[in-house]
Design a binder for this molecule. Structure first.
Ligand code: PHE
Length: 338
């Protein structure tokens, strides 16, 4: 009997400690320990049988009182703690399961870049990144865009200081790579680009490109066609066709512009492709011998190709997005869809 009385005294002191408990999980554990299915009260109730008949009623009464006090003290403390946290708990049910947190996710552009890089990684390309702030040598001069070159106007740039500008394309990574790695070269470089363009549905002063460069003995235009066609089929679908047309960039010769058959109308002509059946996605060409020489690579021995591709356009095509600004405005209603 005295043993059981001891237990009651111990229970009393547990109950007296309740108002001093400072966090909900300790309180929750205590509630389980005392009032749970296999809790102290339940156990003591089972042990009632072993108590002498004369004392049993008295013990039962005390036990019951304590149980009510415990429940009340716990309930009050839950309420107080919730008040401290500023929650309205008037009709809170503590037994309900918790709310699922909404996990973060990758931005659609990041996902698109990862996917594109994956296609090139599978073809053995080394993935590298470069600085956003460039000097004129890497952004222009080494790429044969001299100060008086008209191509420099078409990439109206953001200058931070003399000879320091935000890179206008990812092509400076060609130069940096050739300066730092020996031939043979097979690299892709994703990066932000910055140009003084208005912020409209089709243009943005910040956009993303992926640059590719492959240099070795005997690299020809056929390699360029093979690598790009494989990328287009891997990214847009196996039945997508590619169109190569001559274009001019100072750092390639010959240069070309590449379009894909419109994935929406399969080349028949629709609103997305302005009824032409084709969508231009990138510029490319054989690296100009002058660029190789600028990077101390023997242009008699080595040849190579390069291309630079915008990311927003392919992402817009693939996911049916009609305004480039969606990528940068960080509206969760838009971002949450992908
Ligand atoms: N840098 C060019 C641009 O931004 C694209 C390009 C890259 C063209 C490599 C040819 C070769 O327009």
């Amino acid at each position: 009997m005295s043993e059981n009385i001891d237990k009651l005294t111990e229970l009393e002191s547990r109950i007296t400690s309740v108002p001093g408990i400072e966090d909900r999980s300790t309180l929750e554990n205590l509630k389980k320990e005392l009032l749970g299915k296999t809790g102290t009260f339940q156990q003591l109730q089972k042990e009632m049988k072993s108590i002498p008949k004369d004392d049993r009623a008295d013990f039962g009464q005390k036990l019951n009182d304590l149980k009510n006090r415990a429940a009340e003290a716990l309930e009050n403390r839950f309420r107080e703690l919730a008040d401290l946290l500023g929650e309205d708990v008037s009709d809170l049910d503590y037994t309900l399961p918790g709310k699922k947190p909404v996990p973060g996710r990758l931005h659609l552009l990041t996902k698109t870049i990862d996917k594109i890089l994956g296609v090139f990684r599978d073809q053995g390309f080394h993935i590298v990144e470069g600085p956003d702030i460039e000097d004129e040598w890497h952004n222009f001069e080494a790429l044969r865009m001299t100060a008086d070159h008209p191509a420099r106007d078409t990439q109206d740039s953001f200058y931070l200081a003399k000879n320091r500008l935000l890179k206008t394309h990812t092509s400076p990574m060609q130069i940096r790579y050739m300066e730092n790695y020996p031939v043979p070269i097979q690299m892709v470089a994703p990066g932000y680009c910055f140009r003084r363009d208005p912020f409209t549905s089709r243009h943005s002063p910040t956009f993303t490109q992926i640059e590719a460069l492959m240099i070795d003995e005997g690299i020809t235009f056929a390699h360029l066609k093979a690598v790009l066609s494989e990328f287009v089929r891997g990214f847009f679908g196996r039945d997508t066709r590619t169109r190569f047309r001559p274009d001019y960039f100072p750092f390639v010769e010959p240069g070309c512009e590449i379009a894909i058959s419109c994935p929406f109308c399969k080349g028949n002509g629709c609103r997305v492709c302005s009824m032409s059946g084709w969508i231009e996605i990138l510029g490319a060409g054989m690296v100009h011998p002058g660029v190789l020489e600028n990077c101390k690579i023997d242009s008699k021995k080595y040849t190579g190709f390069a291309f630079g591709m915008g990311i927003e356009r392919p992402a817009m095509i693939r996911y049916g997005i009609d305004d480039i600004r969606h990528f940068y405005e960080n509206d969760f209603r838009f971002l949450g869809q992908f």
